[in-house]
Design a protein around this ligand. Structure first.
Ligand code: NAD
Length: 278
C-alpha cells in the first residue's frame, strides 16, 4: 500500500471528507486545521457520515475513527493533501512550510479547485513531487478525482497519486494545469449564469434548479450545488478563472459577491440561495 501516512491540512467540508476516505482505506491520517475547534467539528462530521454509510454496509466507524489523529501543526507524513480555503497566498505558505517539515520522499498534493499547481510547486524545493488531487463534494460519495500535473510534476508522482485514487475507490481523470482545470472551467460559468438568471428576474431559484434537474438530468440544480460548494469558494474560483484566462465572461455575478459579503455562504453558514436548518 503506497502512502501509509497522510497529513490532511484543513478540516472543513473537503478536508474532513478526504480524511474520512483515506482512513477508511486503512491508512493513518494526521488532521490539521488552523482555526480553533475546526478539527473537532471535522471529526464529528466524519463520525456522522461514517455512521450513515455503515448502515448501508460501509466500514465500521469504530475501525476508521481511531486512524485519524488531530495534530496542532504540520507534521511528517508520506503525503500531504492540502484542503484549506481557496486563497493562493494561504496555500503557498502551507506548501513552503510543508517542504521544510515533510521528509524528502513525501508528495505534496493540493485539493485546490482552481489555483495553479505550478505556482504551489514553485515555492517548494521538490516541484516534481507536487500535484493536484481534486476530490469532489461529498468526498465519500462522489467517485471523481481530477489529477492535475503541474509543469514540473514527474511521471512517478502522477502514477503513485493515480494509484492512490484508484485504491480509495475513485476514478481519476488527468487534466493540465490551466485555470479551473476541466471541472470548474465548465461548472463555474454554469453556476454564474444561473445566478445572473436569478439577478435578472428570469425565474425563482426553485424554478432555475428544477429546469436543470429535470431538463438536463442533473442530480442537483446549479444554485443548490453552489450552496453545497460554498458561495465564497465559487467566487474565489471564478476570480482565478477571470484573472487566469483574462476573459470577462468568467467574472463572478454581482449577486454572488453580495451574498458572500452578507455572510450567505450556502449550506455551511445556514443560508445561501436557500435556507438550511442545522
Ligand atoms: P471550508 O471553508 O469548509 O474549509 C476550509 C478550512 O481551511 C477551514 O476549516 C479553515 O479553518 C481551514 N484553514 C484556513 N486557513 C488555514 C491554514 N493556514 N492552515 C490550516 N487550515 C486552514 O472549505 P472547503 O469547501 O473544504 O474547501 C477547501 C478546499 O477544497 C478549497 O481549496 C476548495 O476550492 C477545494 N474544493 C472545494 C469543493 C467544495 O465543493 N466545497 C470541492 C472541491 C475542492
Amino acid at each position: 500500500m503506497g502512502y501509509e501516512s497522510v497529513l490532511v491540512v484543513g478540516a472543513g467540508q473537503m478536508g474532513g471528507g478526504i480524511a474520512q476516505v483515506i482512513a477508511a482505506s486503512g491508512r493513518t491520517v494526521l488532521l490539521h486545521d488552523a482555526a480553533p475547534g475546526a478539527v473537532e467539528r471535522g471529526l464529528s462530521a466524519i463520525e456522522k457520515s461514517l455512521t450513515k454509510l455503515h448502515e448501508k454496509g460501509g466500514a465500521d466507524p469504530n475501525d476508521v475513527l481511531p486512524r485519524i489523529t488531530p495534530v496542532d501543526d504540520l507534521v511528517a507524513a508520506d503525503l500531504m493533501i492540502e484542503a484549506v480555503i481557496e486563497d493562493a497566498s494561504v496555500k503557498e505558505e502551507i506548501f513552503r512550510r510543508a517542504d521544510q517539515v515533510l521528509p524528502a520522499h513525501a508528495t505534496l498534493a493540493s485539493n485546490t479547485s482552481s489555483i495553479p499547481i505550478t505556482s504551489l510547486a514553485a515555492v517548494t524545493s521538490r516541484p516534481h513531487q507536487v500535484i493536484g488531487m481534486h476530490f469532489f463534494n461529498p468526498v465519500p460519495v462522489l467517485k471523481l478525482v481530477e489529477v492535475i500535473r503541474g509543469l514540473e510534476t514527474s511521471d512517478e508522482t502522477t502514477r503513485t497519486i493515480t494509484e492512490l485514487a484508484v485504491d480509495l475507490g475513485k476514478t481519476p481523470a488527468e487534466a493540465r494545469d490551466l485555470p479551473g482545470f476541466v471541472s470548474n472551467r465548465i461548472l463555474m460559468p454554469f453556476i454564474n449564469e444561473a445566478a445572473y438568471a436569478l439577478l435578472e428576474g428570469v425565474a425563482e431559484p426553485e424554478a432555475i434548479d428544477t429546469i436543470a434537474r429535470l431538463g438536463f438530468a442533473h442530480p442537483m440544480g446549479p444554485l443548490a450545488l453552489a450552496d453545497l460548494i460554498g458561495l465564497d469558494t465559487c467566487v474565489a474560483i471564478m476570480e482565478v478563472l477571470h484573472r487566469g484566462l483574462g476573459n470577462p465572461k468568467y467574472a463572478p455575478c454581482p449577486l454572488l459577491r453580495q451574498y458572500v459579503q452578507a455572510g450567505r455562504l450556502g449550506r455551511k453558514s445556514g443560508r445561501g440561495f436557500y435556507e438550511y436548518s442545522s
